[in-house]
Unconditional design. Structure first.
Length: 139
């Protein structure tokens, strides 16, 4: 049986946060390939270049923000099935509700707990214990 290589796209304008997310993801599996971008616009350019299994995005980014990115992904038939996790400082219930209503599968407030984050990664990549895989939204 061949093990799957997982591709993850991270859209985050903070280099420090990107480095934290990458190191936390790399602890999950050596089979994770990570593409890092610093804006929503760069994320849109990367989408057709890879077959992503998971997208992680911040909300506050230059040019195209995370909410616009989520909306684009959920409304595009080629990408709408990809699990999407928001990692942001936007902590109000209204912000969370907006992210989830646009189609985010998870909405995490910075600073995030690395262990919880890794469990969510395993869940959405189907790497955890046997059971239901992550929600794949269809819009």
């Amino acid at each position: 049986m061949t093990k799957k290589n997982y591709q993850i796209l991270i859209a985050e304008d903070s280099a420090i946060t990107r480095a934290f997310l990458v190191s936390t993801l790399e602890e999950v599996s050596e089979l994770v390939s990570i593409i890092e971008v610093a804006s929503g616009f760069e994320a849109l350019k990367e989408l057709p270049r890879g077959k992503f299994d998971l997208i992680i995005t911040d909300i506050n980014m230059p040019d195209i923000n995370g909410l616009e990115l989520i909306s684009f992904i959920r409304n595009h038939p080629e990408y709408s099935h990809i699990p999407l996790i928001v990692v942001t400082t936007e902590s109000s219930p209204r912000d969370r509700e907006k992210g989830i209503s646009l189609g985010a599968d998870e909405y995490l407030i910075k600073p995030i707990d690395p262990g919880k984050f890794q469990e969510l990664i395993k869940k959405y990549l189907g790497m955890g214990a046997p059971g239901p895989k992550g929600i794949r939204r269809k819009h």
